[in-house]
Design a protein around this ligand. Structure first.
Ligand SMILES: Cc1cc2nc3c(=O)[nH]c(=O)nc-3n(C[C@H](O)[C@H](O)[C@H](O)COP(=O)(O)O)c2cc1C
Length: 144
C-alpha cells in the first residue's frame, strides 16, 4: 500500500458559517477510520492542509473537501508518494492564527509572512509547518 502526502491551499468562504472546532471534531471522527493523519493551518483567511495516508483514502478525502462550500479557490500544491508520514500522530492537528511566534517561523523561510500559493516551494512550506508544530504548541488543537 502506497503512502501518500497531499498538500493544498484554500481560502475561507466568508459567506458560509465556519465553526473550526466542529470541523476538527469531524476530522477526529472520520480520519482515524481511514488511518488518515495530518495538519490543518488556518489563519482566519486561508487554510493549508496536509493529509497523509493511503493513496485511495487521501484522494477520496481531498475530493470531498474540495466540494465543501466553507472554502474556495483550492489550489493543489502537491500530491506525492512518501516513505513515511511527517505528521503521524494526529488525526488532524489544527494550528490557528498568525501570532508573533508563528510570523517568526514564516519569516525564517519566506521573505514575508504572506505565502504565495502559486509560487511557494512545497518542501519549504512543510518545513514551516513542522516548525510550527514544534515551536507553537499553544496554538495547536490536537485531535488524536
Ligand atoms: C478546510 C477543510 C478541511 C477539512 N478537513 C477534513 C478532514 O481532514 N477530514 C474530514 O473528514 N473532513 C474534513 N473536512 C470536512 C469535509 O469537507 C466534509 O464536510 C466532511 O468530511 C463530511 O463528513 P460527515 O459526512 O461525517 O459530516 C474539511 C473541510 C474543510 C473546509
Amino acid at each position: 500500500m502506497n503512502l501518500t502526502r497531499l498538500v493544498y491551499y484554500s481560502q475561507r468562504n466568508p459567506s458560509e458559517d465556519l465553526d473550526i472546532n466542529s470541523l476538527i471534531e469531524t476530522c477526529k471522527r472520520n480520519n482515524p477510520r481511514q488511518n488518515l493523519t495530518g495538519l490543518l493551518h488556518y489563519n482566519g483567511d486561508h487554510f493549508i492542509q496536509v493529509i497523509e495516508g493511503g493513496r485511495v483514502e487521501v484522494s477520496a478525502l481531498y475530493h470531498r473537501i474540495a466540494r465543501d462550500p466553507r472554502h474556495s479557490n483550492i489550489i493543489l500544491l502537491s500530491c506525492t508518494d512518501v516513505r513515511e508520514r511527517m505528521f503521524p500522530t494526529w488525526s488532524m492537528a489544527l494550528h490557528q492564527g498568525m501570532d508573533a511566534q508563528t510570523r517568526k517561523v514564516f519569516l525564517r523561510y519566506f521573505a514575508t509572512d504572506m505565502m504565495n500559493p502559486e509560487a511557494v516551494n512545497v518542501d519549504t512550506l512543510l518545513d514551516v509547518l513542522q516548525d510550527l508544530m514544534m515551536e507553537t504548541p499553544t496554538k495547536l488543537t490536537i485531535s488524536v
